[in-house]
Design a protein around this ligand. Sequence first.
Ligand code: GAP
Length: 504
Amino acid sequence: MPISMDEIVSLCKRRGIIFQGSEIYNGLAGTFDYGPIGTELKQNVKRAWWRAMVYERSDVEGLDAAILMHPSVWIASGHVSNFSDPLSDCKDCKKRFRSDHVEEKDYQTFKIQTAKSPAGGGQPADADWHDAGFPIVADSKKAAKELARRKLGDESAPLKVEPVEGTTRRERRCPECGGELSAPRQFNMMFKTYVGPVEDQAEIVYLRPETAQGIFVNYENVRQSMRRKLPFGIAQTGKSFRNEITPRNFIFRTREFEQMEIEFFCKPGTDDTWFDYWVDARFNWYTRFGIKKENLRLREHAKEELAHYAKACKDVEYNFPIGWSELEGIANRTDFDLTQHMKHSGKDLLYFDEESKTKYIPYVIEPSAGADRSTLAFLVDAYREETVQDRKRVVLGLHYSLAPVKAAVFPLLANRSDIVEKAQALSLDLKKSFYTVYDDTAAIGKLYRRQDEIGTPFCITVDVDSLTDGKATVRERDSMKQERVPFEGIKEYIRTRLVAAENT
Ligand code: GAP
């Protein structure tokens, strides 16, 4: 059975992975806080990305640009004029919707009559029926009945619902209450703030809505300082902010999130080949770190769907509990951004190609992933329930490289100081090499279950025999195989397996 979003949310809270942001104040919509285990998980996701995209390659450099950038950056990039959604308000229930997400349908006006329910049950007498005092506009008789009952505040009110002839029209109405929607208004999704002490129009800056622009404005700095020739890329991870109208689905769509982006600069004419290359490379990164191939797919954007800067775009989609949705987008941004920044900054961003002795603006392929969405996909994909000796076992079968805690050490008997001391000493030693926890707060079976639920690959138990044979029991998460390993070899035993997994 695939896990539902509610089950993931509950596991995340129970095991210190992710909490609602500002929870003790009833939360702030669209924000989430990573707990001790989630912080490790997300850092490991970003580390796995950085390792594969920067360290393992020889054509990508890293960058960490400021979140606050010169306001002209966002004029040049098109975000001031284009980064907006059309919004409509419901005139009745006052809720706000993205106009383009509300389906256009055939609506009709319905006349509503109601009556008091007779005390003994049955149908009301003819004389008891009266006009409800309001018409309902709906796309079916059934919907009209439902909306009328909601309006009357009586789920079982007897109703007569009749369509008014000649009132059919095609329009968009409130999906919640059927009310009339206001005309769409454009709403810019960038968060504004001010630099300096005066809240003045001249001092407005934006929290970056994508990390990409930090890369574009540093393209020439990186190229020159690192003596780069085309093709080469610049990678960056970091926070982005978007005033999403409908943040939803846990950490899938939030107002503050982290991106992992590469801008790969190449010679015009080679861009299509590099685009295909990056689509493959990014798809394979997810499977390398454990996502099942059958839960991933590619979706090409139709022409009318493309962002204002893109010539082509493919999404890597994941089969989330909410259905197939975007995990990452790989776009061919052409020379759009560098051309714009050259125009707006007045700086020369032309590339001199020594081979052809010509100057041109590089084309850019952009693999743009979300660290939070990836974390969610890894969590969902790793979750499994098994029955072991008639008992349910919940396991996060995370790739070892992503597992938040690498090893957990337990004393079999928490009341034996000699065993406890040995277990604590082992845990302290392992901590120097990888994230290790010590736990003696429950019986051994429960301690195993706790660690299985957060995906810890190795659990080590120190028992009475350990005092004489100098060995402890190491249990592997997935196979549950147990091995007696000498104390002095435990670190190497775990390290070898972690490194082997990292290099697969
Ligand atoms: N620089 C291009 C860019 O930002 P995007 O498709 O808007 O493209 C890229 O975003 C990725 O960032 C998405 O595939 C998604 O993983 C992540 N992302 C975007 N908006 C998000 C949000 N509101 N919450 C969480 N992740 C988001």
